[in-house]
Write a protein that binds this ligand. Structure first.
Ligand code: ASP
Length: 460
């Protein structure tokens, strides 16, 4: 009986009883703030007793304050079954064998209606149960390495992943898909790009911005695109595969060292910076946009370098930053610092002595730019020259997060600062490019139709 009102207590429970509605009722609600139609959701035991929560047809959940409710009418009852059926993946001859390594994130999540929170719940059979189209693309096997939201990914997980990828490649897999939370997917992508070199097959990272219980979820399509890329693409690199435009027209394959999450909620959040994406992918085809990538091969001589020194920091410069920020890192034994500086690569004068002290103590300091597009240019202003004299090394057009990952990876292998510099400034997998396309912001970044529409409207 208690389940009829799961999680509701006090005033909220009294309200449900007085309007004769229950959890999973389809309701029409009149309130002082307008009308709502939706399904009445259970609540967590720890929630307040001031709100009733509805799932709207749009997939969004709203909490309606009890005091605003004038009437609730039940017009149906629909108990949700959020358990995805588990099915055995059908294998067919002639299709590529793809391994999906799960790490967690929204793509492997479902809503937990006890707490109302999204929780990681990855199971291989569930994936096929949820997206049967995968069987048309490849023979999929899966392994859950972790079940974490991506803010919990870090060096240990990167190393485990890199080693697992190496093992799969040596065993003969045709392509790898990595399910990952989107928030830090670009960090992991760059770590893997450095740790897994000379891969003969595609390594495709994929996530979803919206969980699969929401109508606008991008989980299924991203997964189809990613498995297609892993099975059929010629691009044997670490790439990120996510929505291209805001619509579901096509996905983009972004190089692991040039990609970044750029919007907190849009599905088209991943953008290639400093370059154009490697390819588009839809359900029928993969269309390369660039040709200078590592091609798929038959041999299995992949190199795995699972190194990462954790005593490296990424410092985002802000005006009036105090030198003690740098001092504190040095005093705590940090061996490397990447700074995301302003403009062409600047920080304020009062920090200079701290920089000098740090480099004299043997800390490797690299400069990147907050603008994300473009190169560090430290010869243009005196200030840049001064900074270089104090030992800061410009990191070309490496993205700040990528320079951070690379420096951690390099310092994990050597403490010889000349060697560190040599490795840092020698491009390994597209993290430094000779030039950036002048119109790269726009070309194939997925925003084009929207941009054109906007300009048509406003610029007549
Ligand atoms: N917070 C989630 C994560 O990064 C978001 C996502 O998966 O999209 O793990």
């Amino acid at each position: 009986m208690a389940d009829l009102f799961k999680g509701y207590k006090g005033r909220a429970l009294a309200a449900l009883k007085s309007f004769k509605v229950r959890v999973w009722s389809e309701v029409h609600m009149e309130t002082t703030r307008g009308e709502f139609r939706g399904i009445l959701l259970p609540r967590s035991e720890s929630d307040d007793d001031e709100h009733i929560v509805l799932k709207l047809a749009s997939g969004y959940n709203v909490g309606v304050a009890i005091d605003t409710i004038q009437d609730i009418k039940e017009h149906g009852y629909r108990e949700a079954h959020y358990k995805i059926p588990e099915k055995e993946f059908p294998l067919s001859e002639g299709k590529a064998n793809i391994k999906l390594l799960g790490t967690g994130g929204t793509i492997a999540s479902r809503l937990d209606y006890r707490t109302g929170a999204v929780i990681p719940a990855f199971s291989p059979g569930e994936l096929y149960g949820a997206v049967p189209e995968l069987a048309e693309i490849c023979n999929l096997s899966t392994e859950k390495l972790f079940a974490v939201f991506s803010e919990n990914m870090g060096p240990e997980q990167y190393k485990t992943l890199a080693i697992a990828i190496g093992d799969e490649i040596k065993k003969g897999i045709d392509g790898i898909v990595i399910g990952h939370g989107t928030d830090t997917m670009h960090h992991t992508a760059s770590a893997l790009a450095f740790m897994v070199q000379n891969s003969p097959v595609p390594i495709v990272m994929v996530g979803s911005q919206r969980s699969s219980d929401r109508p606008s979820s991008d989980a299924a399509l991203n997964l189809m695109h990613a498995t297609k890329a892993a099975a059929e693409s010629d691009i044997a690199e670490v790439v990120v595969c996510m929505f291209g435009p805001t619509s579901d027209e096509y996905g983009l394959l972004h190089r692991g060292t040039r990609v970044r999450k750029m919007h907190s909620s849009y599905r088209s959040t991943f953008r290639t910076l400093g370059d154009i994406p490697l390819a588009t992918v839809d359900r029928d085809k993969i269309t390369p946009l660039k040709h200078d990538y590592n091609h798929r091969r038959k041999d299995r001589d992949v190199n795995i370098y699972p190194y990462f020194d954790e005593r490296v920091a990424l410092v985002y410069y802000y005006p009036n930053m105090h030198p003690d920020i740098i001092d504190a890192l040095v005093d705590n034994g940090y061996k490397g610092i990447v700074i995301a500086g302003t403009g062409l690569g600047h920080i304020n004068k009062p920090v200079y002595p701290a920089i000098e002290r740090a480099t004299k103590k043997g800390v490797a300091i690299y400069m990147t730019v907050q603008t994300l597009w473009g190169y560090v240019h430290m010869f243009v202003y005196d200030t840049g020259r001064d900074l270089m004299q104090k030992g800061i090394i410009p990191a070309e057009n490496m993205l700040p997060e990528v320079a951070f990952t690379k420096l951690s990876w390099v310092l994990g292998q050597t403490g010889d600062l000349e060697k560190v510099k040599d490795m840092m400034l020698t491009p390994i997998c597209g993290e430094i490019t000779e030039r950036e396309p002048y119109n790269g912001y726009l070309v194939f970044q997925g925003g084009l139709p929207e941009v054109e529409e906007f300009i048509k409207k406003h610029h007549k």
